[in-house]
Design a protein around this ligand. Sequence first.
Ligand SMILES: NC(=O)C1=CN([C@@H]2O[C@H](COP(=O)(O)OP(=O)(O)OC[C@H]3O[C@@H](n4cnc5c(N)ncnc54)[C@H](OP(=O)(O)O)[C@@H]3O)[C@@H](O)[C@H]2O)C=CC1
Ligand SMILES: O=C(O)C1=N[C@H](C(=O)O)C[C@H](O)C1
Length: 272
Amino acid sequence: MIRTVITGSTGRMGSTLLRLARDAKDLQVVGATVRPGSAAAGQDAGLAARLGSALDVLLMDDLDRTLALSKADVVVDFTGPQASLAHARTCAERGVPLVMGSTGFSPEDDAELRECSRRVPIVAAPNMSVGVNLVIRMAAELARVLGPSFDVEVLEAHHRMKKDAPSGTALKLAEVLAESLGRTRDDLTFVRDGQTGPRSPGEIGVQALRGGDVVGEHTVYFFGEGERIELTHRATNRDQFALGALRAARWVAGRAPGLYDMADVLGLQGKT
Ligand SMILES: NC(=O)C1=CN([C@@H]2O[C@H](COP(=O)(O)OP(=O)(O)OC[C@H]3O[C@@H](n4cnc5c(N)ncnc54)[C@H](OP(=O)(O)O)[C@@H]3O)[C@@H](O)[C@H]2O)C=CC1
Ligand SMILES: O=C(O)C1=N[C@H](C(=O)O)C[C@H](O)C1
């Protein structure tokens, strides 16, 4: 059994992870956390996350203490960038592998995460759905073969509560597309407003929609002369993100320190 701690376990992703980890035969939830000072601390994690029954795991509001008491093999964290970074430091100090799905990191945050990964293995990916990771691979391949004569744009849509824009997945798609086309992050265009003039040939547009309960949708457009290709992924619930994260949890437990992503977990590295 892989002894698993879920942070932010009453959140949208945290509660989904808790339910699917509870139902997995090879995982045992040995700890669950909430934000420091949360009124939910001390409650049963299953009841607080509305899973319909008790889990016999009490919510704690301190990951360090949770790890001290739980002998965890892995932490799965989808709490948001600042909390995730603090959790990465704690995992590094305690020597516990981490699967981290939060988005919205600054370049400085990325550097700190990489520093933590010198001490423990960390899987970090803006999207843990297997389907999205295949779409990322396909987008890179399409860009490489179609080349610069196609105009490439990324459009994403998410629920009204999402805090960061564009989504981490859209950024990852744009970065992969830029790499395939021999372009850089400076070629990404996030805003078009006013007298923009004609589209410059090298740019890659990245746009975000927000509203309602949209779980997560990403489309890459390849606009050519007389034809257009659209590559779309639509998530209709959060289970595939969580199942991907739990797959990463099984994969990362016992690995050497390092910063890994879902391409490593899925064996997709270097396959195009
Ligand atoms: N990689 C992927 O596949 C996916 C990534 N995401 C990303 O995951 C992150 C979370 O998304 P989502 O679940 O929708 O967000 P939610 O706001 O629903 O969940 C975050 C949870 O973390 C809790 N939290 C905040 N700080 C701490 C802390 N220090 N310790 C413990 N718990 C804490 C929050 O508590 P409180 O409510 O009290 O603030 C909340 O319950 C986002 O960055 C999102 O972009 C989302 C889906 C898929
Ligand atoms: O916040 C979300 O909900 C999601 N965030 C991730 C992102 O920013 O790419 C992944 C997913 O689309 C849901």
